[in-house]
Design a protein around this ligand. Structure first.
Ligand code: DC
Length: 225
């Protein structure tokens, strides 16, 4: 039977992962966080003592990297790097920068493309990222482009980091978000943009439940679920 897929793209901090995860749970779909895969590649570069911003140092690592993505019974996605569970480690703030750097490399994107597509062939998925609706799953049943103002997104990311024990000043989080947005939007390969057939959802003024409600309506309309 053909699988169903929902693509959720948008900039950092728009609420993609929280919303995508909740939606997947409600629908009984697999939640796939593709940012986590790029983060794992970025972390590997660091562990190998390489410069994550230098393709000449990163690309050769693709031959030896062992990446595994699993889902626990509760639907939580875990990332394994060379057999080690790095699910928590990849959430650290410095890894965001490495992920953004390696994700601008065509070789890295090509390397990860099939991994993402095969998940969508095998399961009904809610997949979140930057290029899911535009590149990875252009045939997705529903594409949502989630966004929010940079201030709001920085506020949310700052809250997340503080909850995880990080002590990063708000201003730094905001600046990092602006830089990362710029890099993700202007890179040559798979830049972040809204697919023509994606529905825009701006969550600046919406709380989680309101955002989720809006997404439920979209699902109902597009997937008749
Ligand atoms: O969603 P995130 O913050 O965990 O993503 C980390 C980085 O990975 C982000 O800078 C953009 C990049 N990324 C990407 O280029 N394509 C994706 N599908 C997902 C993430």
């Amino acid at each position: 039977m053909a699988t169903r897929s929902i693509a959720i793209d948008g900039p950092a901090g728009a609420g993609k992962s929280t919303l995508a995860k909740s939606l997947a749970k409600e629908l009984g779909f697999l939640y796939v966080d593709t940012g986590a895969i790029y983060r794992t590649v970025g972390l590997y570069a660091e562990k190998c003592g390489k410069d994550a911003g230098n393709p000449q140092e990163v690309v050769p690592l693709l031959k030896e990297i062992s990446l595994r993505l699993t889902h626990e019974a509760d639907g939580m996605q875990h990332m394994y790097l060379q057999g080690e569970d790095v699910t928590e480690e990849i959430r650290q703030n410095r890894v965001s920068r490495y992920a953004s750097q390696v994700s601008a490399m065509p070789e890295v994107r090509a390397f990860l493309l099939e991994m993402q597509r095969s998940l969508a062939r095998e399961h009904n998925v809610v997949m979140d990222g930057r290029d899911i609706g535009t590149v990875v799953l252009p045939q997705a049943d529903l594409k949502i482009f989630l966004t929010a103002s940079a201030q709001q997104r920085a506020k949310r990311r700052h809250g997340e980091l503080s909850m995880n024990g990080g002590h990063v000043p708000f201003q730094q989080v905001l600046e990092e978000i602006l830089v990362r947005d710029e890099v993700d939007r202007t890179r040559e390969i798979a830049p972040l943009y809204q697919a023509e057939d994606a529905v825009l959802l701006d969550t600046s003024e919406l709380n989680l439940e309101e955002s989720l409600q809006a997404m439920r309506s979209m699902v109902k309309e597009s997937l008749h679920l």
